[in-house]
Design a protein around this ligand. Structure first.
Ligand SMILES: [Zn+2]
Length: 542
């Protein structure tokens, strides 16, 4: 406790030692930052398109990371690779002294979400292949564009401060941020500004919508035998998996409505005439707070052990593959960001952008309201009784470690299902590009607020200490011996990478990825019902 208050005092001192900048100087620098981000629109577009074309799944973001690390090194950042024992994770640092601004965004794709961008009907680029069906290809371009713009101003004005950028590796597996926290990635950071794709410019504070979770793989060990010749000599590990799932599904009715749980069978045996000696099932246990998440996980463990007893097998291992704390965002930082959101406003959408959006909405059977034209309001915390399930993001672990916000930016189309090919359609089109530029402007302005107004950092920490963590203290959901599940998705990426490589974006030859693919923007379903394939020009055939 003494150590905590000492740290807090030191941090408070760090901020109060800085002299606040005069309001007209802040204003002047903010105008320059907006211009600087605008001048970077082409480089932002290239980053968005490039990462889209790599289409890499969690823990296998090798091309995306190689590309971004090289780009950041060219721009003067010092990069440390392989952080926290994760091959595709890195930190890129520039500048010196306080404040230290930590900037992050996710980078991984979704299985089976391969889809031609700019085409408002189902048209995979690689059949069965992964794709950016969440839009994570746009987040680091937002962060990097903002960072480079602010770095220019810091150099020009000789402003002290450190910028540190990191990728949200394997966010779809909620697989890394708890390890980043354990590794001490945020130990010297004053604030964390995180960016995530959305269909609007938005920010919120307090308890966010959604859940935290434990993701765990239950592996059973049985005994093989000839399934017809001597089935009585075998003990099926698949039986244990099925009994666990049946048990869980009966128990599900008696769980809180706020919970969410789901599973996939990862190994169900090899062939029917061999009694499966091994089998495994992968569960996500989601709830609203640390204690309830742990209770749900413990219940899963009990049911798994019972299933093993019933089937005469053993529960060989329970491996944690990912975890996430529920998210709670910082009030002063969110309020400052919201002022910048109002100032920047939404991009000007073209008729082509709106046609793509409305056609896709009709395709999916949802109201065809098109793209948003008004910025979202500053969302206060969701009242406890209104919190019902929802997704997770391991930025939650970061948000309980230091003052954090997530800036959501308008690079996607409203009313999409999420984790789906439809969510990839806008993500390498002018919608994504303009949305990323708008997001980068807001982020750059908020970085300037942190650099130039020390009071903001002080009040962010006061809220973090005296309100957010007054009674709830962060404790990791990962166990001391857990290690990042870096081998996940290896097989899928080995299988699809050769096909994906044919589609990697080459910005030296094509102004945009749509041009390289030969996609007419926007492409919509024809009146005869066909989803038209692009017609690559002679030069785009590789
Ligand atoms: Zn996401």
């Amino acid at each position: 406790m003494l150590l905590l208050s000492l740290t807090a005092a030191l941090l408070a001192n760090t901020f109060s030692a800085q002299t606040p900048a005069a309001p007209d100087r802040v204003e002047h620098l903010k105008r320059d930052a907006i211009q600087n981000v605008e001048a970077r629109a082409t480089s932002t577009q290239q980053m968005v398109d490039q990462i889209f074309s790599f289409a890499e799944l969690g823990f296998q973001e090798t091309e995306s990371s190689r590309y971004l690390v090289a780009l950041l090194r060219r721009n003067g950042f010092t990069v440390q690779e392989g952080v926290a024992g994760i091959p595709t994770a890195w930190t890129a640092t520039w500048g010196s002294g306080k404040p230290v601004i930590s900037l992050g965004s996710d980078i991984d794709g979704i299985p089976q979400a391969s889809q031609y961008p700019g085409v408002a009907c189902r048209l995979p680029m690689v059949d069965g292949g992964p794709g950016h069906g969440e839009g994570h290809n746009s987040g680091l371009p937002v962060v990097i564009t903002a960072a480079l713009a602010v770095k220019d101003l810091m150099q020009r004005e000789r402003l002290p401060g450190t910028i540190r950028i990191w990728p949200g590796v394997a966010e779809e597996l909620v697989g890394t941020k708890a390890y980043f926290v354990r590794e001490g990635l945020f130990r010297d950071a004053d604030v964390a500004l995180f960016a995530h794709v959305d269909d609007n410019l938005a920010v919120n504070w307090g308890d966010a919508e959604g859940t935290g979770l434990v993701s765990a793989l239950f592996s059973f060990q049985g005994r093989s035998a000839h399934s017809a010749g001597a089935p009585w000599r075998g003990r099926s590990a698949l039986d244990a998996v099925e009994l666990m799932n049946i048990g869980w599904n009966y128990r599900r009715e008696h769980l809180r409505l706020q919970h969410r749980s789901h599973y996939v069978v990862q190994n169900g045996g090899d062939q029917p005439n061999v009694v499966p000696p091994t089998a495994s099932v992968w569960y996500y246990f989601r709830e609203l707070d640390y204690t309830r998440i742990q209770e749900l996980f413990a219940l899963g463990d009990t049911i798994a052990r019972a299933a093993a007893q019933m089937s005469g097998t053993t529960l060989a291992s329970v491996r944690i593959l990912g975890t996430a704390w529920p998210r709670h965002f910082n009030k002063p930082l969110a309020e400052a960001t919201y002022q910048n959101i109002k100032r920047v406003g939404l991009p000007t959408w073209s008729e082509a952008d709106q046609t793509l959006a409305r056609s896709l909405q009709r395709e999916l059977g949802v109201p065809d309201s098109g793209l948003n034209r008004r910025v979202d309001s500053l969302r206060p915390p969701i009242p406890p009784d209104d919190r019902r399930g929802g997704g997770s993001d391991d930025i939650g672990d970061v948000s309980w470690t230091l003052p954090t916000i997530t800036l959501r930016f308008p690079s996607n189309i409203p009313r999409l299902p999420g984790h789906n090919w439809a969510n990839a359609i806008a993500m390498a089109t002018p919608i994504a590009h303009k949305g990323a530029t708008a997001g980068a402007k807001v982020l750059a302005l908020t970085m300037l607020d942190v650099l130039l107004k020390p009071d903001l950092g002080t009040s962010a920490w006061t809220y973090f200490r005296d309100v957010q963590t007054k009674t709830i203290k962060y404790q990791p959901l990962i166990r001391p011996d857990d290690r990042p599940a870096v081998e996940l998705n290896t097989g899928i990426m080995e299988r699809f990478r050769p096909s994906l490589q044919r589609f990697y974006y080459d910005p030296t030859r094509y102004k945009s990825y749509l041009e390289q693919l030969g996609v007419t923007y926007p492409t919509v379903r024809r009146s005869d019902g066909a989803c038209p394939a692009p017609t690559p020009s002679a030069t785009s055939a590789r």
